[in-house]
Design a protein around this ligand. Structure first.
Ligand SMILES: [Zn+2]
Length: 445
């Protein structure tokens, strides 16, 4: 897998829908989430009371004072982390720096686990464990320039938002809790995960929940990944990703003219796939993303390949689009075998599943969703709930309440070289207030 990614230093756009704040107007203040599910959000009285109790406590005020005065440090941490490249499967340098940041902020049991996740514990009263995380990896291949450019209240750089800002926000939370000497009922495990993006296929969080030493212990999970002032990711959009190889006999472009061509079959497959209609609710999508093959301009290729991404908020719709996809691939190969000569061999097609993320959703009734909704309501913000593909997919698929919270108030162009975030203070502090209150309510305080 690593070889695939490194080989062509290609920037896959397969993951382009992962993050919540892409696209839209450059100054768009709201999150552009990928699944439009907007539901009425009225928190339960119990959740409202809990958030109110926490937010009116002296300790919380002290924590927020630390976040307020630590705003510039948050910005500096974002820049530091962004400028340490973390290409897929090559997160080690950033992981080591992040481990040191955990140690400097007083977490215990700080380590880099078997797959490369950075974990650090903030001991509480031992009443269970909750996990707060952000991801270390970016979508950008080795060699991508990562120097951060600042223009007024904006930072520009590939990966500056996704998810360096999540990592830095996590540090701000740790600082704030320590500054206020907050002792939560549950222990909190802070994590920088590897492999959230693209071909990483959630391998970091998967390890955390299915193999690592904290396996089976977490009762709730937060991923700090996404953006905007009014949206909360409670659903894990499922995805299936394929690398599909079409093979044929190949031959001289002039001398062997008339032979079947795998590129023709693959092109036909893409055209036919883009005729497939998918529901908008539950949001279901597909994307032909990365392509390669052929050897010479004067040769009929012997082999071409593409990567294809499919997503849906429900497992059922995902399975439907996947079945259509597989059928279309076979039809396209068969059509080419009829259209041209198979004298020297036939077109074959081999789809290989390279990514499989489960779909699912944390119920609205879950405490974690209720606390978050109440924390937004306390700021006068009516939440929109959405689905996305994030580290939360794994705990959600295991029945563990999980949400993905916003790391920044404004931002855009995620997964592109023009990625940017807004670092103005007021809304970003407000967002941390909402996030911290939700985490403390979930951990118990
Ligand atoms: Zn992300």
């Amino acid at each position: 897998m690593q070889k695939f990614i490194g080989m062509g230093a290609r920037l896959s756009v397969a993951g382009i829908l992962v993050a919540a704040i892409t696209g839209g107007g450059a100054n768009s203040a709201s999150a552009q989430t990928e699944a439009g599910a907007t539901m009425p959000a009225s928190p339960t009285p119990a959740a409202v009371a809990t958030i109110k109790r926490i937010e009116s406590s002296p300790a919380f005020a002290k924590a927020m004072a630390a976040i307020d005065s630590g705003h510039d440090k948050w910005v500096a941490d974002i820049i530091t982390l962004t400028e340490i490249p973390a290409p897929p499967y090559k997160e080690t340098a950033r992981a080591q720096a992040y481990r040191d940041m955990f140690i400097a902020r007083g977490l215990t049991d700080v380590e880099i686990d078997a797959v490369g996740n950075v974990t650090g514990l903030r001991k509480g009263g031992g009443e269970g464990l909750i996990i707060v995380s952000a991801h270390l990896d970016t979508v950008f291949p080795e060699g991508t320039p990562v120097k951060v450019r600042r223009e007024g209240d904006k930072l520009f750089a590939p990966g500056v938002g996704d998810d360096s800002t999540g990592l830095a926000t996590q540090l701000a939370f740790i600082n704030a809790m320590s500054a206020a000497d907050i002792r939560t009922k549950a222990d909190i495990l802070f994590v920088g995960t590897v492999g959230e993006e693209g071909r990483g296929d959630l391998r970091g969080v998967r390890h955390l929940f299915t193999k690592g030493k904290y396996q089976g212990r977490a009762k709730a999970f937060f991923s700090i990944d996404g953006g905007g002032m009014d949206s909360l990711t409670i659903g894990g959009a499922g995805s299936k990703r394929y690398r599909v190889t079409f093979k044929g006999p190949g031959g001289h472009s002039f001398g062997a003219f008339g032979l079947v061509n795998p590129m023709t079959a693959m092109s036909q497959a893409v055209v036919d796939l883009y005729k497939v209609t998918v529901p908008t609710d539950p949001k279901t999508t597909y994307s032909a993303s990365v392509v390669g093959g052929g050897t010479s301009v004067n040769a009929i290729p012997g082999e071409v390949w593409m990567e294809f991404d499919m997503r849906s908020a429900t497992a059922e719709e995902l399975a439907k689009v996947e079945q259509r996809f597989l059928a279309i691939l076979n039809d396209a190969a068969a059509t080419e075998n009829v259209a041209r000569s198979t004298r020297d061999g036939r077109i074959t097609v081999q789809p290989v599943l390279v990514g499989d993320r489960p779909a699912g959703s944390t119920p609205l009734s879950a405490d974690i969703v209720q606390f978050s909704t109440a924390a937004y309501a306390a700021e006068g913000i009516k939440l929109r709930y959405s689905s996305s593909s994030t580290d939360s997919n794994i705990p959600i698929s295991l029945g563990i309440p999980a949400i993905t919270i916003s790391r920044v108030a404004t931002g855009g162009r995620n997964h592109s070289l023009e990625e940017w975030i807004g670092i103005e203070k007021a809304n970003n502090v407000k967002l941390k207030r909402i996030g911290l209150a939700t985490i403390l309510a979930t951990a118990g305080m």
